[in-house]
Design a protein around this ligand. Structure first.
Ligand code: ATP
Length: 227
């Protein structure tokens, strides 16, 4: 997936100012930056939830700029949004059926990876623990072969053991050749997994390169300081 020259925002607030970002095939890209830099907004543009004011979005070499989120989802973009991206009033099974193209996809891809969800299929998603709800949101990434999986702070607010489990899943996805765009507060862990890293500040890309090029912790924290 390739985003070129993206400007976007909300009503009269400009958030993204000419952002170029590429998620190469079979690669993990970490998107870092201080609060309010525009990371969530960029993911919303990439998944079609927010239409950019200018710029282009290419998926598998095809121009998909301006297509709505359901069209981009059908074309292979999977967005795991910030917060628990599940329907709390629906059962686990109903949530999985909304995410997955077929029952076979749930049975063959999702349930082997998330056996605990399999034990709770008839339970309402809202009655699951926070960690289980996040696993249910993450299960979306396992429902098929996606061209790009966009993950917005999926480890936020969870116990360390659950965070470990989430990163294990991200490693499995990466090893299976799924392209990931990762917005993460656990910067070091995200960088261990990442092939490329972008730093966004005030809506502009301030750094793009490989993780080792970011340099020392001091430089890294200066990148991540409040905007
Ligand atoms: P965080 O780490 O805090 O989630 P972020 O880098 O993901 O930050 P965004 O959530 O994309 O940043 O927000 C960028 C800017 O856009 C912020 O100034 C925010 O207040 C503003 N913003 C976000 N959503 C909306 C909205 N729906 N309407 C108006 N402004 C918004």
């Amino acid at each position: 997936m390739r985003l070129t020259g993206i400007t976007a925002g909300y009503e009269d607030t400009t958030v993204l100012r000419g952002v170029d970002l590429t998620i190469p095939d079979n690669a993990v890209v970490a998107l870092l930056g201080p609060n309010g830099a525009g990371k969530t907004t960029l993911l919303r543009v990439a998944s079609g939830l927010l239409r950019p004011w200018s710029g282009t979005i290419e998926l598998d070499g095809r121009d998909v700029t301006g297509q709505p989120s359901h069209a981009l989802a059908a074309a292979g973009v999977c967005h795991v949004p910030e917060g628990r991206g599940v329907f709390p009033g629906l059962t686990v099974d109903e949530n999985l059926r909304l995410q997955a193209p077929s029952r076979t996809a749930v049975a063959e891809r999702v349930l082997p990876a998330f056996p605990r969800l399999g034990e709770r299929l008839t339970q309402r998603a809202g009655s699951l623990s926070g960690g289980e709800q996040q696993m249910l949101a993450l299960a979306h990434a396992y429902t098929g072969r996606h061209s790009a999986v966009l993950l917005d702070e999926v480890s936020m607010g969870l116990a360390p053991r659950i965070v470990d489990e989430i990163f294990e899943h991200l490693k499995v996805l990466a090893a299976s050749g799924t392209s990931l765009l990762l917005v993460e507060q656990y910067v070091k862990r995200a960088l261990e997994l990442a092939d490329y890293v972008y730093v966004l500040r005030r809506g502009q890309i301030e750094f793009a390169g490989e993780p080792w090029q970011l340099g020392t912790d001091a430089i890294l924290s200066s990148y991540l300081g409040e905007s």
